[in-house]
Design a protein around this ligand. Structure first.
Ligand code: HSE
Length: 291
């Protein structure tokens, strides 16, 4: 039997659309063993009623793709999925299944693939690298996928950082959230994102946390996405009025991350909690660390 633990991830981090991601201290686990009884999939934990337990299961699909790549043919499989990462909330639940499936399949097959080969298969399945790279490698990862290859640089998440994650009851699929993005953007918006994204990575690396709040602004995806949900839009508008600037949409949304640190502005954190609680829809808060 093999056991794999995979973290949730938050992608984009504001301006780093499709290239920045951070692993968070919230985990799914997968146990897999070979059987001679076909396919058995059991799910425990959060959202279990929404997870398919047949051949469409994403962990199983990711395992199949890996077995094909390494020419390994198990007789049958028993997969047990322990699910803690909320689905369709922008916290990398799909990436966790994909990475978990590819890693578990590689282990069952006797580890024929190196880490970077595991990564390539996972990125191919997901279609973009910014969740799967931190899900596999941990830490903050800057990644870019081109011509079938993912280039990345990984560095650790500073201990002092806290990720206050607000998660709504409402789901939003990545497909729908990518569907509202424009085909082209104004040149000045692209320039702003290049500057802020570069500044953000440098600040996360160097620990110059006072540079982070202005670096989190995004003009490529958030403005188009937040209007998909009233309460999401309202939180961003009202937070802006209160000077709470360290917010970003987690991945494709709809969860929001308030990035703060141990000596950060506690009053603003309190205001953020109150703002989220004042929304008509239910939002849950989890305070996570980087992984
Ligand atoms: N970078 C991706 C997006 C993350 O924003 O669509 C979602 O998985």
């Amino acid at each position: 039997m093999v056991r794999v633990t995979v973290p949730a991830t938050t992608a984009n981090i504001g301006p780093g659309f499709d290239c920045l991601g951070i692993a968070l201290s919230l985990y799914n686990a997968i146990e897999v063993e070979e059987t001679d009884q076909g396919l058995i999939i059991e799910v425990e934990g959060r959202d279990r009623e929404k997870i398919e337990t047949n051949e469409n299961n994403l962990i199983y699909q990711s395992m199949l793709k890996t077995f094909e790549r390494v020419d390994y043919r198990p007789k049958g499989l028993k997969i047990k999925q322990y699910n803690n990462i909320p689905m369709a909330r922008g916290l990398g639940s799909s990436a966790a299944c994909i990475v978990g499936g590819v890693v578990a399949a590689n282990k069952l097959a006797g580890n024929p693939l190196k880490k970077d080969e595991v990564l390539q298969i996972a990125v191919e399945i997901e279609g973009h690298p910014d969740n799967v790279t931190p899900a596999l490698l941990g830490g903050v990862v800057v990644s870019h996928h081109e011509k079938g290859k993912t280039n990345y640089v990984r560095f650790p998440v500073k201990e002092v950082l806290n990720f206050i994650v607000a998660i709504p009851e409402t789901e939003l699929s990545t497909k729908a959230s990518r569907g509202v993005l424009p085909q082209t953007v104004p040149f000045k918006d692209a320039v702003a994102n290049v500057g802020k994204s570069s500044l953000l990575v440098a600040a996360l690396m160097s620990g110059e946390l006072d540079k982070i709040s202005s670096a989190l602004e995004d003009r490529l995806h958030q403005p188009y996405r937040i209007s998909l949900m009233d309460s999401l839009n309202n939180i961003f508008i009202e937070a802006g009025k209160k000077g709470i600037n360290q917010l970003f949409l987690s991945g494709a949304g709809p969860s929001i991350v308030y990035l703060t640190w141990d000596q950060g502005e506690k009053e603003k954190e309190e205001q953020f909690y109150q703002l989220v609680a004042s929304m008509p829809e239910e939002w849950n808060i989890k305070v996570l660390k980087g992984d």
